[in-house]
Design a protein around this ligand. Structure first.
Ligand SMILES: *[C@@H]1O[C@H](CO)[C@@H](O)[C@H](O)[C@H]1NC(C)=O
Ligand SMILES: *[C@@H]1O[C@H](CO)[C@@H](O)[C@H](O)[C@H]1NC(C)=O
Length: 668
């Protein structure tokens, strides 16, 4: 009982600390900005910034190389019999170690600098004043072993009386023994004394009541000079991190057993993770059609993953204790059945709502089913993704550090984060651009208020802004027309294609000069998703297939006219005589878990993915489902259907091209 009130007292102190710390921290910041900070031109006599801290760091080296490599039109450099996207570059694992600022914590960088010392320190102050809590050091030690780096993940994030962090030093010196192994041991145990093990002085459970102390031990081994290149790449410990929740560690990291805290109630488990050597996430190959002109996209909508394990929502599946894991397993099965060429996550990958406060821990697992199968993927943000945890710009950097991603930040002067274009090219050496994929950030909330506890209560969804309309029109305007339908250079089986085409086409397609077909993905639907559907002029039927009546409309109230000013305005061909075919044929949205229809409005198909996650809201009896877009005839024909958790194929239909309903003929 006494212990409990002491605990409460400390908790109370800690709650006082935060505002005071914030206030002092802010004053220091102002002082720093206005009095102390002097921009410096770089290395010189006056500035002693420490170890190369002005060096430039770039995460995207590999990607830049990739894009210059593929856009060079290097037909001649592709050897006979090898596909242009499959030209293997020698794996470059050498990292320019000099580009890492040694005193920065940057766990996303695939650097190879080893650690020389580790410490665990408690801190009474919040992150603002963490500078006061660094382990003691001297300039001499800093020079020999490196400066202390704080792993900025609080071990006592969810429980504990004070903040607790791991610190390490890292060095590029050749003569310092570096950390080769880590262990977590209870107080009573110690590693074999024959080796050089060092115990950190504080338990990694320091400040947590009711759990036995656990100590981090580390063993230093060889110096860089004594190591072979292989040892450096495989054995040397180069980074430490903390994972919340019991799922996957970040790409390239391993978990250190046992867990720091044990999952109980609302407290999720917590792990120390470490990386050995250099682990560059593999890059996605450039998007391309198959040789016979096919490209398949799988849409994954509204995963709603959390840090902690959660029970399934609105599902009869039993037992269903770990909904994220079950969803990943289901997604893995769908991927094995469909074998898509691209997976598009259409927002709300994160649940928000207080359950995703460490974005990185959730991002480590949300795409695992896809990355394990080496399938290129990309994503847009939904309204829940930035509700807690990192800001979207920070999230973008995390996503871009995952294997096989194709995510892009997009221009900074356009509303939102993640407005970008991906182009799918032909398989023949001409690399002709055959399909355009537009991705937009439909934002989170445009309106809301702060309640008396300081929580933000949203009242209205965000919408696509004028700057995004302008951006889209500009991007669309820069796309070159191609001769359609496309025929590859080495057209062996084309005869068959044209035969098929003339046999079952309603109006014989004449060759035309036009932009390739385009599809677009964003999270929150437009108001027009609920407008009057077009009619099939042959059958008189409404062009609207699938369910939409199970939940209220999910569109934003406000609207700057994206449908009229962007989707209806961008034509396949600028020539008036070429008719009214829109460039964007299909829009794919998420957001509404119980809505999964495709409706054509003024020539544009507006489709929903339908919920595929056991972690998001749903309805008993509504099977989880994923929408597939099967694009073939070298981009001319787009077919869609949904595959459910019971492997039922629903509402298969052709949206555009051979076998589709007659094209829209109205002007606007
Ligand atoms: C790409 O090249 C690798 C190695 O040469 C080969 O195993 C693979 O089948 C190729 N993939 C394609 C799609 O051609
Ligand atoms: C689900 O959890 C089990 C047990 O922890 C694990 O072995 C499996 O890999 C997980 N599946 C996925 C898809 O993460």
């Amino acid at each position: 009982m006494a212990g409990f009130s002491v605990f409460r007292f400390f908790r109370f102190l800690r709650s006082l600390c935060a505002p005071i710390t914030a206030c002092i921290g802010f004053s220091c910041l102002l002082a720093f900005i206005f009095i102390l900070y002097q921009p410096t031109p770089g290395p010189g006599i006056v500035q002693k910034l420490g170890w190369q801290s002005w060096d430039l760091i770039s995460m995207t080296d590999a990607q830049v190389e990739e894009s210059t490599h593929t856009s060079a039109g290097s037909v001649a450099t592709v050897p006979e019999g090898v596909d242009w996207w499959n030209v293997s570059k020698p794996q470059d694992n050498t990292i320019d170690a000099a580009s890492l600022p040694l005193d920065e914590y940057a766990p996303l960088l695939p650097h190879d600098t080893g650690l020389s010392e580790i410490s665990v320190q408690r801190c009474m102050f919040g992150p603002f004043m963490a500078q006061l809590c660094y382990p003691p050091s001297t300039p001499e030690q800093d020079a020999i072993k490196g400066k202390w780096v704080r792993v900025n993940k609080d071990l006592n994030r969810q429980s504990g009386l004070w903040h607790l962090n791991i610190y390490y030093r890292r060095t590029r010196r050749l003569d310092i023994p570096l950390v080769a192994e880590l262990k977590l041991l209870p107080d009573s145990q110690s590693p074999p004394s024959t080796e050089k093990w060092i115990k950190t002085s504080r338990s990694i459970r320091d400040g947590v009541s009711g759990e036995p102390p656990l100590y981090l031990w580390y063993r230093t081994g060889k110096t860089v000079r004594e190591m072979t290149t292989q040892e450096k790449q495989e054995d040397l410990i180069t980074e430490l991190d903390v994972l919340y929740g019991a799922d996957r560690p970040w790409y390239g990291f391993d978990k250190l057993e046992p867990s720091v805290t044990i999952e109980s109630g609302r407290v999720s488990s917590e792990w120390i993770t470490y990386r050995k050597g250099v682990k560059r996430p593999p890059a996605a190959p450039p998007l391309h059609f198959s040789h016979d002109g096919r490209f398949k996209i799988l849409q994954v909508a509204d995963l709603h993953f959390s840090i902690a394990h959660t029970d399934c929502k609105d599902s009869l599946l039993s037992p269903c204790k770990d909904s994220d894991n079950l969803t990943s397993t289901l997604l893995g099965h769908i991927l094995d059945e469909e074998k898509p060429d691209l997976v598009v996550f259409t927002g709300d990958q994160l649940n928000g709502q207080g359950t995703t406060w460490d974005t990185k821990s959730v991002f480590a697992k949300f795409a695992v089913a896809v990355t394990e199968r080496r399938i290129p993927w990309t994503a847009v943000f939904g309204n829940h993704d930035d509700e807690d945890g990192a800001f979207k710009d920070e999230q973008m950097k995390l996503l871009q550090a995952l294997p096989y991603n194709l995510v892009e930040r997009g221009p900074k002067d356009v509303h939102g984060v993640g407005n970008y274009v991906l182009k799918v090219k032909s398989a023949d050496p001409s690399k002709t651009h055959l399909l355009t994929l537009y991705f937009l950030d439909s934002g989170s909330y445009s309106k809301g208020y702060f309640d008396w506890l300081g929580w933000f209560r949203p009242t209205e969804y965000d919408y696509l802004h004028q700057s995004q309309i302008n951006w889209f029109l500009q991007e669309s305007g820069s796309i070159n027309s191609i001769e359609r339908p496309f025929s590859p250079d080495t057209a062996k089986d084309l005869g068959v294609l044209w035969e098929r085409q003339s046999a079952d086409q309603l109006t014989p397609e004449t060759r035309k000069l036009a932009k390739p077909n385009a599809m677009m993905f964003f999270h929150i639907p437009l108001q027009e998703s609920y407008s009057q559907p077009d009619k099939d002029t042959h059958t008189g039927a409404s062009l609207d297939v699938g369910l939409r009546g199970l939940e209220p409309k999910g569109a934003a109230k406000k609207n700057e006219g994206f449908f009229e000013k962007a989707l209806l305005a961008a034509m396949e061909s600028e020539h008036l005589a070429k008719g009214s075919a829109r460039e964007v044929k299909v829009v794919g949205n998420g957001h509404c878990h119980l809505t999964e229809n495709c409706r054509r409005v003024k020539g544009v198909w507006l489709c929903f993915g339908g919920g595929g996650s056991y972690s998001g809201y749903s309805k008993i009896g509504f099977d989880k489902r994923f929408r597939v877009y099967d694009v073939y005839d070298y981009g001319e024909t787009i077919r869609t259907y949904k595959r459910t958790e019971k492997d039922v194929i629903l509402d298969e239909m052709i949206l555009v091209g051979r076998g589709a309903a007659p094209a829209y003929t109205g002007r606007r």
